[in-house]
Design a protein around this ligand. Sequence first.
Ligand SMILES: NC(=O)c1ccc[n+]([C@@H]2O[C@H](COP(=O)([O-])OP(=O)(O)OC[C@H]3O[C@@H](n4cnc5c(N)ncnc54)[C@H](O)[C@@H]3O)[C@@H](O)[C@H]2O)c1
Length: 368
Amino acid sequence: MPENVVRYGFVGTGMMGREHMRNVDLVDGSKIAAVFDRDEGSRREASTFAADDSVFFDDLKGLLASNSVDALVIATPNDTHGAVMAEIFESGVELPILLEKPVCTDIEQVRWLSEAARQYRAPIWVGMEYRYMPPVTELIQRVHAGECGDTRMIAMREHRNPFLRKVENWNRYAERTGGTLVEKCCHFFDLMRFIAQDEPVRVFASGDADVNHRDERLENGRRPEIIDNAFVVVDFASGLRASLDLCMFAEGAHWQEEIAVTGTKARLECFVPGHRNHDVDAEIEFSPRATDRPVERHAVEVPPDVLRAGGHHGSTYFEHQKFRKVVLGEGSVEVTLEDGLKAVAIGLAAERSAREKRVVSIDGLDFD
Ligand SMILES: NC(=O)c1ccc[n+]([C@@H]2O[C@H](COP(=O)([O-])OP(=O)(O)OC[C@H]3O[C@@H](n4cnc5c(N)ncnc54)[C@H](O)[C@@H]3O)[C@@H](O)[C@H]2O)c1
């Protein structure tokens, strides 16, 4: 192997695993060395991105024992992450891991992983790609540089298409995803915490499954019960408040994600088009209170090959550039396991809030 080539092992090569493979391919000094997926169709699809000498394993055990990779990328369904991580911990192999979000789907797994990972000495990075969408990264940097003054409100909106079809229909079952407010919205809860640099104390969510997947039938005639629209309000310890407005039957919307951060001095907003809108640039708008109107609106360009490599506005590429540095020992983990678990805990609290129609208090990984 030439020096500084990172050999990746991919566990789960469905839609997101292949997005990782395509992006790793764009990062210099990377090699798709090994693949394990239990579905033949996913393995076949992955083979079109793999190198001629990539090895396809029949099980995770074989991949771990092969000594052929420097890092792992795990993109299996949400409810399998715990078992995959347990197998890695038990194997004694300690490799840097990029684990897709959400880390897990219920509070018992949150507690178990939080404890079990303490013995693991290699870095674990949770795939919170939205932090790495270039317009979102710019917004975060400018807020943290103080351009808005003291941040008091964060408003997020995602208006998008319904959930896509997945292998085994796993995303149609709330118990396999953790529920929409975990599966989809952990990204936003992570962004809220990261932008606010603060911890949540309570959450109120109103949401339901009103429009999507109503004609679908799962095993035993069961209907998918996944929330497709919600408003979520999160109160933070400092008094800062954040909101999420989620609609998953809004594929006609021009912008898919909109984030507005308002502080004592100004408001900063970013607007991100959906992945079907590759010809539209994201935008940033800056509106100080002192000028009574926006003083800046500009496009945030992303290289076309990076946009084409995934469905998340280039974020997976920028995430991999940083993860590679961690693997080479030149950088530190930016999205820790604790970040990932806290985002799951907020999502689970929001699911409970929506179900029980009440405010739910949060304290670290615990909620009532
Ligand atoms: N960060 C993001 O923006 C983002 C976007 C989409 C998906 N995801 C996450 O990525 C993960 C995968 O989602 P997806 O959309 O690729 O789903 P998918 O159904 O397209 O792919 C999942 C793949 O994992 C395989 N698999 C299942 N159990 C396995 C196991 N134990 N070992 C090995 N392979 C296994 C399946 O056969 C399938 O090929 C999920 O956790 C999802 O939430 C993240």
